[in-house]
Design a protein around this ligand. Structure first.
Ligand code: 1GP
Length: 247
């Protein structure tokens, strides 16, 4: 089954999904153990990527290990160096609030022929980085969005839908002090109800994850908490899987 179909099937059955983010730049020696625990808890897919220092070899190595679980492995590219033929799909993203043409169309131009050669499925995604003091914000040269201006994200959502994109990723930034408020995914759903909304960055508790899911995010991504506390990460996944009841 294609990855998009796999996601759509779950979303259209009113399920909320959890994706585990793995940064291949971090030591991979515990990856088997960590990923097995996340699978046990019920994660739906793995994202691999990082904003800095990922080599194609590291991305391939991580993808090979993760594929053993039989769940989709999706490249979440900080740049074209994260691409690997070992993955199943790639979030093919436009960093919509970047000032840098490279992140608006340059990386995509460089990446498209490689993605074709690798045979990766593309998941067309509008990507907006909300907070300024994160690595992804610095590298991507973004204009941050204040917490009290959810209407701005709503306009980006509308734009993404009008462009024909299928996914919209609200990014707080890996290791952000707090998650982006639930008003943001709610605003996307209001303006662009057909987009599959992904949210990540700074999500560290089951309560936060549930609030964001209830507000409209279809997919919750956690990375840092997986590295810091497998127990907390498991609780987040279990909460999304078991406690969430769709409205
Ligand atoms: C980064 O949204 C993800 O793109 C995950 O963020 O590391 O804060 O969980 P965290």
């Amino acid at each position: 089954m294609k990855v998009h179909e796999y996601i759509i099937n779950k979303v259209s059955n009113n399920k909320k999904l959890h994706f585990t983010l793995i940064d291949p730049d971090k030591p991979l020696d515990r990856l088997e153990e960590i990923s097995s625990k996340m699978v046990e808890a019920g994660t739906d897919a793995f994202l691999i990527g990082g904003s800095l220092a990922v080599t194609p070899e590291e991305a391939s190595q991580a993808a090979k290990i993760l594929k053993e679980h039989g769940l989709p492995v999706i490249v979440f590219p900080g740049n074209i160096n994260c691409l690997t033929p070992e993955a199943d799909a790639v979030l093919f993203m436009i960093l919509m609030n970047s000032l840098d043409p490279y992140y608006l169309m340059g990386a995509q131009l460089a990446g498209a022929p490689i993605i074709k050669k690798y045979g990766l499925e593309t998941l067309p995604t509008g990507y907006v980085v909300v907070y300024g003091s994160t690595t992804v914000a610095h590298v991507g040269r973004i204009i941050p969005i204040p917490d009290n201006k959810p209407e701005i994200i709503g306009a980006y959502g509308l734009l993404a839908e009008m462009l024909g994109l299928k996914y919209f990723y609200i990014e707080g930034g890996s290791g952000a002090e707090k998650p982006v408020p639930p008003t943001f995914p709610a605003m996307i759903k209001r303006h662009a109800p057909n987009l599959i909304v992904i949210q990540g960055g700074g999500i560290r508790s089951a309560e936060e994850a549930i609030r964001i899911a209830k507000a409209g995010a279809d997919i919750i991504v956690t990375g840092t908490i997986v590295e810091k506390s497998l127990e907390k990460a498991k609780k987040i996944i279990e909460a999304i899987k078991n406690q969430y009841t769709s409205p």
